[in-house]
Design a binder for this molecule. Structure first.
Ligand SMILES: Nc1nc2c(ncn2[C@@H]2O[C@H](COP(=O)(O)OP(=O)(O)OP(=O)(O)O)[C@@H](O)[C@H]2O)c(=O)[nH]1
Length: 312
């Protein structure tokens, strides 16, 4: 599920190229041309290509234009409107030389095309250029999604992720839980121990928050200065309350001295909200409810969690 954050490939040789070609002989010829240079996978239809990309997005796609079933053009358009696959460069392999046909390829969103019969040198060079750009842009996207102080994801990722998680809620009919976490009396902590100690404290808290999440699909984001947001897919209210209790304990166990706190150690307050299918799942609305629960946890005395209660 965490495909929205790109896995960083270190070299071109690790990159995966998906060859979509309905003629098995042509597919093998192309695979041979790339042998030893890249990882490759062959599928023989647009339908199989879409299924494959849903599970394991490749780094580049070589796409035959004319195929039975979903054509190459339709496959390309479908991949380009999906936020999870729109960054994958697509090179058409085409025997169509007509200008109108070529225009249709560009309009579908390809980065390039190579004419049949394929010239090996041309194909390899085109792939190398586009893959190099892809790896660079993956790296930039990765950097722009990570918070420099804590190493958690930052809020730039939120809109993308929420869209993906809420559509998962609607598809799977499984709940999604959110936790908004705020450090208690943190202004007092900074005033007492200084801003640098404050930063150190945030780093340790971020680690504890991340460690209290149990599944690889759970996600921790630094939402603001001393505020964090966790997203827990496929988790109902009982499950998230268990995690909230564990998180409170792990933060207390850090035993970071905080003289001005009534607990004498650094603590956090947590607001929880669980959404399910058919509810209003807009990002703004969902965050507002989670924040409301956090406000209640603060009002009730801090160092606790509170769950959003639906108003009738
Ligand atoms: N050291 C450090 N402090 C930060 C950072 N981001 C925000 N803060 C501080 O966090 C404090 C938040 O204080 P407030 O919002 O007043 O709330 P609080 O003192 O935590 O009190 P409650 O939330 O009501 O328990 C402010 O003093 C901010 O300057 C950061 O990156 N580093």
């Amino acid at each position: 599920m965490n495909q929205y954050i790109v896995e960083q490939k270190l070299s071109l040789a690790e990159s995966l190229i998906l060859i979509v070609e309905d003629d098995p002989i042509n597919a093998m010829v192309i695979e041979d041309l790339l042998s030893g240079l890249y990882q490759t996978k062959i599928v023989h239809s647009g339908e199989s290509a879409l299924k494959f990309c849903d599970v394991q997005p490749p780094d580049l796609i070589l796409l035959d234009v004319v195929m039975d079933g979903i054509s190459g053009l339709e496959t390309c358009i479908t991949l380009k409107i999906n936020t999870q696959t729109q960054h994958i460069p697509i090179i058409f392999i085409t025997s169509m030389h007509d200008q109108d046909d070529q225009n249709r390829c560009w309009e579908a969103g390809c980065v390039d095309f190579v004419a049949k019969p394929v010239n090996g040198v041309t194909l390899r060079n085109r792939i190398k250029s586009h893959l190099t750009l892809k790896l660079q842009s993956d790296l930039l996207r990765r950097i722009s999604f990570v918070d420099g102080l804590t190493g958690l994801y930052n809020r730039h990722l939120l809109e993308d992720v929420m869209e993906k998680f809420t559509s998962h809620v609607n598809r799977s009919n499984q709940p999604l839980s959110l936790m908004m976490i705020d450090v208690d009396w943190f202004k007092g902590y900074n005033d007492t121990y200084g801003h640098l100690e404050g930063d150190e404290c945030l780093k340790r808290l971020a680690r504890a928050i991340k460690d209290s999440l149990q599944r690889p699909t759970d996600m921790a984001i630094r939402y603001g200065g001393e505020e964090f947001l966790c997203l827990l897919p496929d988790t109902d209210h009982k499950g998230v309350e268990k995690i909230a209790n564990l998180m409170l304990k792990m933060v207390n166990d850090l035993a970071i001295e905080h003289k001005l706190s009534e607990f004498k150690v650094v603590t956090v307050s947590i607001g929880i909200h669980t959404i399910s299918r058919s509810k209003n799942t807009s990002l703004v609305n969902t965050l507002a409810k989670t924040d409301e629960a956090l406000y209640v946890a603060k009002q009730l005395g801090r160092n606790r969690f509170s769950t959003y209660v639906t108003k009738s």
